[in-house]
Write a protein that binds this ligand. Structure first.
Ligand code: SF4
Length: 95
């Protein structure tokens, strides 16, 4: 499983999916200063259109991974592939 650069584009309301917090958040100054600034996954600003986050992702080999719908990205990250079965989880597992 390799490190994948996740390009999280902001939606029309300025929200992105944050892997560290495992939730959809507004990419405002508070998020940037309080979380992204010190986050080991931070990999860039998507040319000012969002945030890039680097973490191992079992879902895909696509690098970069484009996430332009934060809510869909959140839901996709709640599913783990375990022993041939898809299992839902509310526990964060990235980073
Ligand atoms: S860099 Fe870290 S804190 Fe910022 S959005 Fe990505 S995972 Fe979340």
């Amino acid at each position: 499983m390799g490190m994948i650069n996740h390009i999280n584009y902001m939606d029309q309301d300025g929200h992105i999916y944050c892997c560290l917090r495992n939730k959809v958040v507004k990419l405002d100054e508070q998020q940037k200063e309080k979380f992204c600034k010190g986050c080991s996954m931070f990999a860039g600003t998507a040319e000012g259109k969002g945030v890039e986050c680097l973490w191992e992702d079992a879902r895909t080999a696509n690098d970069p991974w484009i996430a332009d719908d934060p809510r869909r990205e959140f839901l996709k990250n709640q599913i783990r592939h375990v022993g041939g079965h898809y299992v839902s989880s509310i526990i964060g597992f990235c980073g």
